[in-house]
Ligand binder design. Structure first.
Ligand SMILES: *Cc1c(COP(=O)(O)O)cnc(C)c1O
Length: 357
């Protein structure tokens, strides 16, 4: 019996086609800039999102680190959400390595940062204050799609105040699929064309000076992210990547996996969104489970009433049933390309058995 691993969309294994693409990749030494597969990937993602240049990096964490530090100097600050990955989940890297101060803000219910909060957080030019240099947003955030109108407003506000704008788009393509489906009034099971998805990805990306995208989440590559921006910005980021120890040699094998993911695994993200909806619908029929209707591939469930008393043993019980998830009173389930409808049914049944035993 296969395990249904819903802990994260990072857990996927490369498909047979992806492994073939990796094995066949032409290679060079990327530190000399002559790995053809890395160069091709960088050109592909930059062109796709409408940027001059891109940089392949081992992780999303390093992509955000290089991105924020390519925008900010020592003593600068960036405005960011309390729950944003590049504030909360990156071990304080930009402060440790760059002496850049975060200015975290509370999120609204939809994941956004209130425009008035952003406005008030921008410091005047005064020796008391750090220099506010950057606004960093994340989309999707906690599985939620930031409304396009909001992204436009927040980034125009930042621009009008002289701030640079960075997007942590680890799941930019999940956001783009959700936005394309909504724009065309379609359901996840109907799917949406690659052109529509790319158009939405670009619309989002073009509100920013830099965008980081993960290939190792829903896109299903084993490793890798790309940071996109202007040529000058990417030249600065390349130096920072070297400093952070992220300049790799025959990285083309990894870039080939990422490139394969971009070619083959974008449209199929709609299936992950559909499975998330099916999981949410199944879980919502269980007493005491408060299920947030998923917008993309993440399902969050809060335990209420009697279900709370049984929270402690749940993750263990699920593991014994071949289902993996994370959380305690608030559970998270992520769908991805190694999960199918049968796995979702099994997961719902296993959760039900725990609470209704
Ligand atoms: C996973 C993730 C990252 C970091 O990616 P790693 O490759 O795990 O370092 C950054 N931002 C967001 C929103 C993520 O979900």
């Amino acid at each position: 019996m296969n395990t249904v691993d819903l802990r994260s969309d990072t857990v996927t294994r490369p498909t047979a086609g992806m492994r073939e693409a990796m094995a066949a990749a032409p290679l060079g030494d990327d530190v000399f800039g002559d790995d053809p597969s890395v160069n091709a990937l960088q050109d592909k993602i930059a062109a796709l999102l409408g940027f001059e240049a891109a940089l392949f990096v081992p992780t999303g964490t390093q992509s955000n680190l290089c991105g924020v530090l390519a925008h900010c100097q020592r003593g600068d600050e960036y405005i960011v959400g309390q729950l944003a990955h590049c504030y909360r989940w990156e071990a304080g890297g930009v402060a440790v390595f760059g002496s850049v101060q975060p200015q975290p803000l509370a999120h609204q219910a939809d994941g956004s940062l209130a425009l008035t909060d952003i406005e008030e957080a921008i410091k005047p030019d005064d020796p008391h204050f750090a220099r506010t240099r950057l606004l960093a947003l994340e989309n999707t955030i906690g599985g939620k799609l930031l409304p396009m109108a909001y992204v436009e407003q927040a980034t125009s506000l930042a621009k009008s105040r002289g701030l640079a704008r960075h997007l942590d788009g680890a799941r930019l393509f999940n956001a783009s699929v959700a936005q394309a489906l909504a724009g065309e009034g379609k359901l996840a099971q109907q799917g949406v064309s690659r052109d529509s998805i790319v158009k939405e990805a670009r619309r989002i990306a073009q509100c920013f000076d830099s965008v980081s995208v993960c290939f190792s989440k829903g896109l299903g590559a084993p490793v890798g992210s790309a940071l996109c921006g202007s040529r000058d910005f990417i030249a600065r980021a390349r130096r920072l990547r070297k400093m952070a120890g992220g300049a790799m040699r025959q990285a083309g094998m990894l870039a080939a996996a990422a490139s394969y993911a971009l070619d083959h695994h974008v449209e199929r993200l709609a299936q992950d969104h559909l499975l998330a909806q099916q999981l949410a619908q199944g879980l919502a029929t269980i007493e005491g489970l408060q299920v947030e209707p998923p917008q993309t591939n993440m399902v969050f469930v809060d335990l209420a009433g009697a279900a709370r008393a049984k929270a402690a043993g749940l993750v263990q019980h699920l593991a014994e049933q071949g289902v993996q998830a994370t959380g305690l009173y608030r559970l998270r389930f992520a769908t991805h390309l190694d999960v199918d409808a049968a796995g979702i049914e099994r997961s719902v049944a296993a959760v039900r058995r725990h609470f209704q035993a």
